[in-house]
Write a protein that binds this ligand. Sequence first.
Ligand SMILES: [Zn+2]
Length: 301
Amino acid sequence: MPASMQGEMQPTIYRFKLGGFEVATIMDSKVIRSGLSPSFGGEAAASEVKALAAANRIEADRYEHPFTPTVVNTGKELVLFDTGNGSLRDEHAQLKGRLPPGNLVARMAQAGYKPEDVDVVVLTHGHPDHIGGLTKGGQPVFPNARYVIGAAEFDFWHKGENVREARKFNRELYVKIVVPLANRATMIKPGDEVVPGITAVDAFGHSPGLLAFHIESEGKRLLNWADTCGHYVVSLQRPDLHLDVDDEKEKAVATRKRILAMVASEGLMVAGFHMPFPGLGWVEKAGSAYRWVPHSYQMNL
Ligand SMILES: [Zn+2]
């Protein structure tokens, strides 16, 4: 009897030491999306995006879109950055075709973390794939956690002024899921400290108040840039291209360029929510733009 086919199998958890901290990237879920174009750069850039895909040995007509929260154990507190898609797909018919079911809690369990172990949940921003796992059936998923939320982001969604048509449902979700948690939340701005070693960085643009986070322990450093870049090829090699899911497009471009320049010149390791698993890498200057250098074994040594 020949051995039977077992189907795809891919890693979803990666953990390493960063100085005195332990950092884990845990893929909540992923989805295969159609077409890098027109999502990146619109119809006007279609041929350029296709050429970019071909040059990087990836398909232009479909791409893998992972959702990867980061967990940091500082030794004193367990800090979770973003919560993945949770049960959004089951609880909201509008999202059924758009988002995969979240697996964060199950995969955190595989990594040895129970929901009640999480001390701090940090929200980089308010888009569905980042807030979806906060509640299930209206109940908080991380019962002992306090929350850390960007003040500008909270104000934007809470007030609900100037929310573009494509984000109207996102605003409903934010009001339903995040606003009720505000009484257990600390509202922060760029430069503020979350816990010792973790500091917020201005990444406004992709969403009006997107925050990145600088994480440092014993001289080892990492930037969790969240959604500053949406794709490891297109966003780095053409940071100027508007992305359909960027809320403030010119600001998102300026922020991408500023943060790419910073991590490239400082040789700073990056954790990116939508970068290929384990979502870790470095950014290298390439011509007038950049390229993604994926993590291989550097953090295993
Ligand atoms: Zn996202």
